[in-house]
Every structure is written in structure tokens, then in C-alpha cells.
Design a protein around this ligand. Structure first.
Ligand SMILES: *[C@@H]1O[C@H](CO)[C@@H](O)[C@H](O)[C@H]1NC(C)=O
Ligand SMILES: *[C@@H]1O[C@H](CO)[C@@H](O)[C@H](O)[C@H]1NC(C)=O
Ligand SMILES: *[C@@H]1O[C@H](CO)[C@@H](O)[C@H](O)[C@H]1NC(C)=O
Ligand SMILES: *[C@@H]1O[C@H](CO)[C@@H](O)[C@H](O)[C@H]1NC(C)=O
Ligand SMILES: *[C@@H]1O[C@H](CO)[C@@H](O)[C@H](O)[C@H]1NC(C)=O
Ligand SMILES: *[C@@H]1O[C@H](CO)[C@@H](O)[C@H](O)[C@H]1NC(C)=O
Ligand SMILES: *[C@@H]1O[C@H](CO)[C@@H](O)[C@H](O)[C@H]1NC(C)=O
Ligand SMILES: *[C@@H]1O[C@H](CO)[C@@H](O)[C@H](O)[C@H]1NC(C)=O
Ligand SMILES: *[C@@H]1O[C@H](CO)[C@@H](O)[C@H](O)[C@H]1NC(C)=O
Ligand SMILES: *[C@@H]1O[C@H](CO)[C@@H](O)[C@H](O)[C@H]1NC(C)=O
Ligand SMILES: *[C@@H]1O[C@H](CO)[C@@H](O)[C@H](O)[C@H]1NC(C)=O
Ligand SMILES: *[C@@H]1O[C@H](CO)[C@@H](O)[C@H](O)[C@H]1NC(C)=O
Length: 761
């Protein structure tokens, strides 16, 4: 085909970062165009310039190909760039700013480019502010991507590549390599099985927070399938100009390692979140033990054999929510010196990347002296990259003296546990990275996203990745208007739709309240209780920082008005998604008022049992309403999460399917065999609200009414036990086995939303 010949002919050596794979052709970009914009496959030419290899940032130039502008199909576009990633960003700039289309988490709409491509006119040249655009938190691999198949990955990787991400984390399939390393060290499969965690919980096993798999051992089929998936992911990342950040040997080992190597220096990691010892206190092989380096070399050489020589950047976290054996600065420096030496022994160009969450979450332990010692154990400044994980609200780089010269990345954390509440800090995301870069002596080298889960609030992620290509803070009103216009790509988009987004942008996405940053959780997802739910602040806040009546309500009404004016909006999947999402937030917020009046009624000494039941009724009705609107859109279905999990059986193994389903259910509810991290990863999904939250609140209302009737005292632990019981039973259910459950959506969004607006707005 012609386009691929052009690609080969013009591909010349570009400037790659020293840590990147030497992958220097733009074939992957032609494949992306073929995949997403087949109707215009011949319209784009990518050209890597030989460039200035001392340029640290990436640059692209978009222009019209003069000789080709008059051909059918409109303009022909030339994208010249310093790196493959810059070319991808150049293509993105064209499709969004000239073509008016975008690719979303809900799907690619790039094929809706005009049939006559608009020309660029005056060439457009842009550079990234920073050499690295980073993506992922270790836990995103469990909260969002645990059950992703390659189609899901393909969409997300195109989303990332086009936005200019060049340094993504790549954790999938880690266990395959690790098992080979452990077997080689002499551990039996039974020993290894007591260490590996289940499909929905691998992130925390990788962090050394937990071990073992509740509900049954991790099946070998899972390990093999994920390894095969990782090969596809890695090769796609490389082909799109990204340097995958690969796993390495961290030091966390099965307990039997101690029996096998009695002289090895192995210490206990800390207990995590109330798990019993079987599931936590992971054994940690200390890095200065010679065995550590042996296992590191084994791990990295197996990984290179599996994926090729594609990256020199390794993710390695030892003390994420895990306490070091000693706080002595000499000990901490020793740990990092030995860890880094093991990486360099295995890969002479190794760069160590770590998440900086611990420096915030355990700032009492991690004093500046200890951090200086810990980072100082690693020689040189280019040898490490630290993710300043929560830069939009709790940056640590100032306190830690720009990580004492080590490279670091400004990261937007934003979301805990993949919770879905509306929140965003537009102001800080657009201004603070620029301020940080302008700070004398800073060692910031990147900007990125470290969300725990990707569930909604997509705009606030887009903003950061776009800000990475603009040296002045993005103008909020202009940005949001352009964003909404291409999200709802219909002719003559009614201004009502833009007004809706203007309201959301100025309020829920411009959160200035320092006590409710990152995530606002809806209390309906929390285990029912008469105290402690409303107005929480801090890490998992429930306090609303905005007034629903002047934000969510008018935004929803304006969106519905826009649909009245332009019926084509009904067929835009992102429009439907947003209407469901805003309706969801409306009902979730109204729940707080109903809950408060239930508790007021219960607390009043004069109220009767039937008055309590009556106060509980609207709250239960609201949950049924919420479930019904969520069930109208495929992106809000519990069924989607469970079916993605069960799909990994590739066939007819009911035991394996039930194990996967248990993992999926347990993560979003009890999170642990007995509710150890209860409701942390809660979701507002159709099917979850209707069968789980409704059940809990029904039981709670019944209990309150019952205790009024019998004049018994509210018993905190009795309520908690009832709720745990509901969780244990719900987690072990199998889809469709005892209930008539469908995998798909039911009824039309528009019919349901109209009723709910009348009822709750
Ligand atoms: C290097 O960066 C400068 C601006 O800093 C830019 O003008 C030039 O085009 C870049 N060169 C390449 C090859 O990217
Ligand atoms: C190459 O880029 C570096 C850093 O951006 C700059 O200092 C230098 O002048 C550039 N050289 C050329 C030949 O453009
Ligand atoms: C452990 O150390 C002791 C004492 O130094 C030594 O006698 C023994 O052989 C070592 N065992 C192993 C398995 O290396
Ligand atoms: C680290 O500590 C161990 C054990 O005390 C010691 O053998 C080793 O030499 C130390 N290594 C470094 C790099 O300080
Ligand atoms: C915005 O960032 C600044 C500087 O890091 C910080 O002091 C402030 O608290 C942040 N604002 C919010 C609302 O988190
Ligand atoms: C931001 O953009 C809006 C709309 O395009 C414009 O009215 C406003 O003046 C801009 N604000 C700044 C500070 O540039
Ligand atoms: C929560 O905060 C709001 C606003 O400050 C206040 O009106 C309300 O009474 C508080 N509710 C509870 C249960 O504390
Ligand atoms: C918001 O609107 C609801 C429904 O109309 C009303 O009951 C409530 O009092 C209003 N709340 C505020 C704070 O205005
Ligand atoms: C599960 O697999 C079926 C059949 O291959 C497919 O139709 C469905 O989309 C998959 N579901 C998910 C959530 O991946
Ligand atoms: C079904 O999966 C389980 C792992 O969960 C495995 O042990 C078993 O062998 C599988 N059965 C068949 C028939 O493949
Ligand atoms: C109280 O009343 C409820 C019915 O409302 C009943 O089920 C329960 O057994 C009674 N006793 C206690 C101790 O709750
Ligand atoms: C299951 O529910 C669907 C949709 O409500 C209905 O069409 C079907 O008849 C039901 N099947 C059974 C066995 O109840």
C-alpha cells in the first residue's frame, strides 16, 4: 500500500531519549490511522526529522502537503516531528483542532472527520514542555484495567499516544516472569501459590502490601493469558513511540524463601489495612543480600528475552504503604544503593522509577533527612525518576527539595479507588506544573496522570495532557467550550450544551476546597450507619464542595434542552454518557438529604417505628431510580465488569468463571475476604446499586424501624455484622444463577432521565 511505502521512505533517525527503545520508524502511526481513520488512510504523512539530539522536549510541525491539496478528499497533511510520540501528538492536534473530532474512553470518533479534510494553512509548530508525559498508577491496573482485553488496551493506548504520552507503566503479565524467577530459585508451585494474589488484586501484591489469593489460588491460565496480553501491549506501546516502564524484582518473596535460603536476609513487611497475617506482612528480601541481585538479573534477563530490549526504565516500589525495617538513614541509603546496583548489574542503562505516594501518606516517617538518605543511596541524578504522585493538591517536591536533584514528574492523582463522583482542580492542574518548571533549580522532567482508577471526569485528565504542550496555563472557558464542542460533534451544536459545560467547568471541575480534593465519594456507596457518613473531609471526602441546585441541576436541564433542539445528540454515545453521569450525580447528592432526614427522624425520641420506615422509603426509591438510569448505558453496568472478568475463561470452565466473578465482585464491595478495605473501590453501576446498595439500605432502614419498635439501643457492631453478611453473600453470587439477570442495558436513557429530572431535580 502506498501510505506504508511513503512511511518507510521518509523514516530517518530521530532523537530518542536515552532511556527509550531505539524504535525509529513511523509505521505504528500509519497503523493507527488505518485502525481509526481508514477513510483517510492516505491523507497523512509522518516524517521524523533528523533533528537536534540535544533537544530534550518533543516538537512537531503540521502543514499542508502543497502538491496534494487539490486532490479528492480534501487536504493532505504532513506531520514532521522530533519523535514518534511528537508525531502522534501532531496528528491529535490536527484531528481535534482542525477536524473537530476526538477519541474518548467511550470510543474513538476519529472516523467522523469531515470527508473533505480541512487544510492547515499557516504551519503549526508546537513543543512539549517536558520530555516525559507519563501515565498510570500501579493500582490503575487493578481498579480499571484488571480484566481489560486487547481491544480495551488498543483503545486506551491510542488515546494515550495521540495525547502525547511517551512513558506509560506496563505491569500486565508481571507474574509470568516472577514465577519463572521463583521456580529457578527453587521454590515449588505450592510455595509460590501462597504468595500470588487474585486477578483483581495484583497491584497490592506487586507493592508488597498483600499476598495470597482469597477465594482460591491464582490459576496458571490467568498468568499465561496475561503474559500473552502483555506482549501485545508492549509491542503496541513501542510502535506508538512510547517507552514502557517495566516491572523488576522488588524484593517481595514467598515465605518459603526463608526456608530455602535460611541465611538470606529476609524481613517482614508491615501489616496492611487489617488483613490477617496469611494475607499480608509480605516477606522482603533485603537488597544488600547477594540473592537479591541474583533474582534481579534473573528477572530482567527473562523480561528482555520475552519482550526484547524495549526499555531501560523500571518501576520498583518497596515501601508504598509499607514500613522499612529500620528508619536509620544509613540503612535506607544502603537499601537504595544495593537495589540500584542490582538494576544496573542486570541492565547497565537502568533507570529506577518510583511512586512518591509514601512521602505524602507517611510523611511522619519520611522526614526530609530520611528521604535525602533514601534517594541519596542512588548515585547520579539521571538514575531515578520519582512520581510526585498528588501534585495538584499535596505536592511533596518543595518539601523534599526537588527530590534532592533526582528527576521527578508532576502528577495528577485525582481519583481514589475508581470512584465516580464529580471533581476536578482545573486551576492547579493548569497553573502549578508551569510554576514548578519555572522554579530555579527544579529537576522536574515530566507531567502525567497517576489516577487510581479511570472512571469518568475524563475532562480533567485531558487538561493535564494538553497542558503538557502549552507553556501558558490553558484558558478554562475556552478549553471547556472546545472540548464539549468536539465531544458532541453534531451540526449546529446548541449553545445550551456549551452552557451546561461552562457551569460544570466553573464549579465541580474548579474545586478550590483543599479539604475535598481528588475524590468526592457518595455516601450511598458506604456501609450504612447512623454516624460518620456525611461531610467527611480529607482523603476520601463525602462533603459536597458545590451547591447541587445551582450546578448539577441547571447543567442537566441544559443538556436535555440541547437534545430538544438537536435530536442528533441522542445518537452521540458521549452525550448519552454525560447525561447519565450528571443524572447519577444529581441522585447521589439528593440521597444525602434523604439520609439526613431519615437519621433526624430516627434520632427524635418522639418518632414512631412507622415514621422511621416512612422516612426510609424515599431513600430506597431513589436507589431504585438511580439503578434504572444506570442500567440504560453500557458504560455504567456491573454486568460489563463481571462479563469482562468471566470472559478470561475463554470457554466453559464454570469454576474458573466463578473465581473471576468473585474477584470482580469482591474488589468493588468488601475488598478483602472480610471487608478489610470495605467500599474503597465502590462504584455507581446499574446492577450494583440495585442488588447491593439497595439491600444494605433496606436492611438498615428495617433495623432502625425495628429498634424503634422494640425500644432497643442502636448497636454499631450488630449493624456492621449484618452488612458484612450481606457482602459475603453478594460476593459469592454467580451472575444469572439465582436471579433473572441480563448482560445488556434495559430501556432508553431518554425516557428514564426525563422522569427522574421531574422527580429529583
Ligand atoms: C529543537 O527545539 C527548538 C526549540 O527549542 C525547535 O525550534 C527545533 O525545531 C527543535 N528541533 C527539533 C529537531 O525538534
Ligand atoms: C539544539 O538544541 C539545544 C537545546 O535545545 C540548543 O541549545 C542548541 O542550540 C540546538 N542546536 C541547534 C543546531 O539547533
Ligand atoms: C548458613 O550459614 C551458616 C553459618 O555461617 C553455614 O554454616 C551454613 O552452611 C549456611 N547455610 C547455607 C544454606 O548457606
Ligand atoms: C549494606 O549493609 C550490609 C549489611 O550490613 C553490608 O554488608 C553492605 O556492605 C552495605 N552496603 C552498602 C552499599 O552500604
Ligand atoms: C493548589 O496548589 C497549591 C500549590 O501546591 C497548594 O498550596 C494548594 O493547596 C492547591 N489547591 C488546592 C485546592 O488543593
Ligand atoms: C479566556 O477565553 C475566553 C473565551 O474565549 C475569553 O473571553 C477570556 O478573555 C479568556 N481569558 C483570559 C484570561 O485570557
Ligand atoms: C454538612 O455540611 C453542611 C454544609 O456545611 C451542613 O449544612 C450540614 O448540616 C452538615 N450535615 C451534617 C450531617 O453534618
Ligand atoms: C435544592 O433544591 C431542592 C429541590 O428543589 C430543595 O428541596 C432544596 O431545599 C434546595 N437546597 C438548597 C440548598 O437550596
Ligand atoms: C465477552 O466476550 C463476548 C464474546 O466474545 C463479547 O461479545 C463481549 O463483548 C465480551 N465482554 C466484555 C465485557 O469484554
Ligand atoms: C478450570 O479452572 C480451574 C482453575 O480455576 C482449573 O484448576 C481447572 O483445571 C479448569 N478445568 C478445566 C476443565 O479446564
Ligand atoms: C424487634 O422488631 C423486629 C421487627 O420490627 C423483629 O424482627 C425483631 O426480632 C425484634 N427484636 C429485636 C431485638 O430487634
Ligand atoms: C427475564 O427477564 C427478561 C427481561 O425482563 C424477560 O423478558 C424474561 O422473560 C425473563 N425470563 C425469565 C425466565 O423470567
Amino acid at each position: 500500500m502506498l501510505f506504508s511505502l511513503i512511511g518507510l521512505a521518509v523514516a530517518v533517525l530521530g532523537n530518542t531519549h536515552s532511556v527509550a527503545a531505539s524504535h525509529n520508524d513511523v509505521e505504528g502511526l500509519y497503523s493507527l490511522v488505518q485502525r481509526r481513520i481508514p477513510a483517510h488512510a492516505g491523507a497523512f504523512t509522518f516524517k521524523l526529522s533528523s533533528g537536534n539530539s540535544s533537544n530534550v522536549t518533543d516538537t512537531f510541525t503540521l502543514s499542508d502537503q502543497i502538491s496534494a491539496t487539490t486532490q479528492a478528499g480534501g487536504a493532505k497533511i504532513l506531520v514532521e516531528c522530533s519523535t514518534i510520540s511528537a508525531c502522534a501528538r501532531g496528528l491529535y492536534t490536527y484531528v481535534t483542532e482542525f477536524g473537530g473530532v476526538d477519541i474518548w474512553w467511550t470510543g474513538s470518533r476519529l472516523n467522523e472527520l469531515p470527508s473533505e479534510l480541512p487544510s492547515v494553512g499557516q504551519p503549526v509548530t508546537r513543543s512539549s514542555l517536558v520530555p516525559y508525559r507519563y501515565h498510570f498508577n500501579t493500582v490503575t491496573f487493578s481498579y480499571t484495567a484488571a480484566f481489560y482485553n486487547f481491544d480495551d488496551w488498543s483503545l486506551l493506548l491510542d488515546w494515550l499516544a495521540l495525547r502525547g504520552v511517551n512513558l506509560p507503566l506496563a505491569w500486565v503479565g508481571n507474574e509470568y516472569i516472577l514465577v519463572q524467577v521463583f521456580r529457578e530459585a527453587g521454590l515449588s508451585d505450592a510455595d509460590i501459590a501462597t504468595f500470588l494474589s487474585g486477578p483483581a488484586f495484583q497491584a497490592w501484591n506487586r507493592f508488597g502490601n498483600i499476598q495470597a489469593s482469597w477465594g482460591g489460588d491464582l490459576p496458571e491460565q490467568w498468568i499465561n493469558d496475561q503474559f500473552a496480553l502483555q506482549k501485545q501491549i508492549i509491542s503496541r506501546m513501542v510502535e506508538l513511540g512510547m517507552t514502557p516502564v517495566l516491572p523488576s524484582f522488588t524484593g517481595f518473596v514467598p515465605r518459603a524463601m526463608h526456608t530455602l535460603y535460611p541465611n538470606a536476609s529476609i524481613v517482614n513487611g508491615s501489616q496492611w489495612n487489617g488483613f490477617t497475617i496469611q494475607y499480608t506482612n509480605d516477606s522482603f528480601l533485603e537488597p544488600f543480600d547477594p540473592l537479591f541481585s541474583t533474582l534481579q538479573t534473573s528477572f530482567i534477563s527473562k523480561q528482555v528475552a520475552a519482550y526484547g530490549n524495549v526499555s531501560h526504565v523500571y518501576t520498583l516500589d518497596q515501601y508504598n504503604e509499607n514500613s522499612p525495617y529500620s528508619g536509620d538513614t544509613s540503612y535506607l541509603a544502603n537499601v537504595t544503593a544495593a537495589t540500584f546496583a542490582s538494576l544496573r548489574a542486570a541492565d547497565p542503562q537502568a533507570v529506577w522509577l518510583m511512586q512518591g505516594w509514601l512521602f505524602y501518606s507517611d510523611s511522619t516517617f519520611w522526614t526530609t533527612e530520611r528521604v535525602e538518605a533514601y534517594l541519596g543511596g542512588v548515585p547520579g541524578n539521571d538514575s531515578m525518576i520519582i512520581l510526585d504522585l498528588y501534585s495538584e493538591a499535596q505536592p511533596q517536591w518543595q518539601r523534599l527539595n526537588s527530590y534532592f536533584g533526582k528527576q521527578w514528574i508532576w502528577c495528577e492523582l485525582h481519583d481514589y479507588g475508581g470512584n465516580m463522583g464529580f471533581e476536578g482542580n482545573f486551576e492547579n492542574v493548569t497553573t502549578q506544573p508551569i510554576k514548578a518548571l519555572a522554579t530555579p533549580g527544579n529537576s522536574m522532567v515530566g507531567m502525567g496522570l497517576t489516577m487510581e482508577g479511570q472512571e469518568g471526569n475524563e475532562i480533567i485528565y485531558d487538561v493535564l495532557l494538553d497542558q503538557a504542550w502549552s507553556s501558558t496555563p490553558l484558558n478554562r472557558t475556552a478549553y471547556i467550550s472546545a472540548w464539549a464542542s468536539r465531544r458532541y460533534n453534531v451540526p449546529d451544536l446548541p449553545t445550551a450544551a456549551l452552557e451546561a459545560w461552562e457551569i460544570l467547568g466553573a464549579t465541580v471541575y474548579n474545586n478550590q476546597d483543599v479539604t475535598t480534593q481528588s475524590t468526592v465519594k457518595s455516601i450511598l456507596e458506604l456501609s450504612p450507619s447512623i454516624t460518620g457518613l456525611v461531610n467527611r473531609t480529607g482523603t476520601h471526602s463525602t462533603k459536597l464542595f458545590y451547591d447541587t441546585n445551582t450546578t448539577i441541576v441547571p447543567a442537566l436541564k441544559l443538556l436535555l434542552q440541547a437534545r430538544q433542539e438537536a435530536s442528533a445528540l441522542s445518537n452521540i454515545p458521549e452525550f448519552q454518557y454525560d447525561v447519565v453521569d450528571v443524572t447519577r450525580q444529581l441522585l447521589a447528592n439528593r440521597f444525602i438529604d434523604l439520609y439526613t432526614s431519615l437519621i433526624d427522624t430516627f434520632s427524635s425520641t418522639s418518632s414512631s417505628s412507622s415514621a422511621v420506615s416512612a422516612a426510609g422509603a424515599p431513600l430506597l426509591a431513589l436507589l431504585q431510580d438511580l439503578d434504572s438510569v444506570l442500567l440504560t448505558d453500557t458504560h455504567f453496568l456491573l454486568a460489563r465488569w463481571i462479563s469482562a472478568a468471566r470472559n478470561w475463561t475463554h470457554g466453559d470452565n464454570a469454576t474458573y468463571a466463578a473465581y473471576l466473578e468473585y474477584n470482580a465482585r469482591n474488589q468493588v464491595t468488601l475488598w478483602g475476604p472480610r471487608g478489610e478495605v470495605n467500599d474503597y473501590a465502590s462504584k455507581q453501576w446499574g446492577g450494583l446499586v440495585g442488588t447491593y446498595y439497595v439491600q444494605r439500605w433496606e436492611t438498615f432502614v428495617g433495623y432502625l424501624a425495628g429498634s424503634k419498635e422494640n425500644a432497643t439501643v442502636y448497636n454499631v457492631s450488630a449493624v456492621a455484622d449484618m452488612m458484612l453478611d450481606i457482602g459475603l453473600r453478594w460476593d459469592s453470587e454467580v451472575w444469572g444463577q439465582t436471579k433473572n439477570q441480563t448482560w445488556g442495558t434495559v430501556s432508553s436513557t431518554w425516557d428514564v432521565v426525563q422522569q427522574l429530572v421531574e422527580r429529583w431535580a
